[in-house]
Write a protein that binds this ligand. Structure first.
Ligand code: SF4
Ligand code: SF4
Length: 219
């Protein structure tokens, strides 16, 4: 597929589309013209052991430790790191027509299990991925983009594809998943066996991945 609607970029193994420059997907429309138009980059990327390994193998340990691991905006789990989104100031402002701010609405919706899913959408409408650069797009080194960021294609794009193109799309999405997920599972099991997590042994994990990259490089 070599058209503007969807193409495969082999170097970074990612799917790209010119449609994203003016995102038509209803789910990702902003609530106000004052908010940047970011499409689905309201997302909070989850770095698994696969992306962490790639940073270390590429000699970007400093970047991993300072920008990802030590970033107070990020949430560290045992074997994953969620890169927290930036929330636009409008989220906290109450307009003259409304009796609650989006943030207050978010808190209210979150309280009931019946409306919790609406709370997620409320926050999403004001969130911007920390790597998004207004007017440019993704500012993260493409080698370290998560498998979701490299493979997500919404229905607005899918609808423009032929049957044949959709088959290519599924094959590429599978290829991205089949590389990242087994790697994460395999190394998570090894680290669990050692009793190491990102909380208690981050430097040991960095050294472990440095050795893996020298002895059995993936790339
Ligand atoms: S993938 Fe779809 S939702 Fe995301 S920016 Fe592109 S057009 Fe918008
Ligand atoms: S990492 Fe890049 S592609 Fe992924 S959500 Fe952030 S800006 Fe978008």
């Amino acid at each position: 597929m070599g058209n503007d609607v969807l193409w495969w970029e082999e170097e970074n193994r990612q799917l790209l589309s010119a449609v994203c420059r003016n995102c038509p997907e209803p789910h990702f429309q902003r609530r106000s013209g004052d908010l940047p138009h970011i499409g689905c980059c309201a997302y909070e990327p989850v770095f698994t052991l696969f992306e962490i390994y790639k940073m270390i193998a590429a000699g970007k340990t400093e970047f991993f430790l300072k920008e990802i691991y030590a970033n107070p905006q990020n949430e560290i789990y045992d074997y994953e790191i969620v890169a927290g989104a930036s929330i636009q100031p409008l989220f906290y402002e109450r307009s003259s027509e409304e009796d609650e701010s989006p943030a207050e609405r978010y808190e209210r919706l979150k309280r009931s299990p019946n409306t919790a899913y609406l709370a997620v959408d409320e926050r999403l409408a004001y969130a911007v991925c920390q790597f998004f650069i207004d007017g440019k797009g993704c500012g993260l080194d493409p080698r370290f983009k998560t498998s979701i960021c490299r493979s997500f294609i919404c229905s607005s794009i899918e609808e423009q594809l032929t049957e044949e193109e959709r088959k290519h799309l599924s094959a590429w999405q599978r290829a991205i998943r089949d590389e990242a997920e087994p790697f994460h599972r395999r190394h998570k099991a090894i680290l669990e066996e050692k009793g190491w997590t990102l909380h208690n042994h981050v430097h040991g994990i960095v050294e472990y991945f440095r050795q893996v990259s020298q002895e059995a490089p993936l790339f």
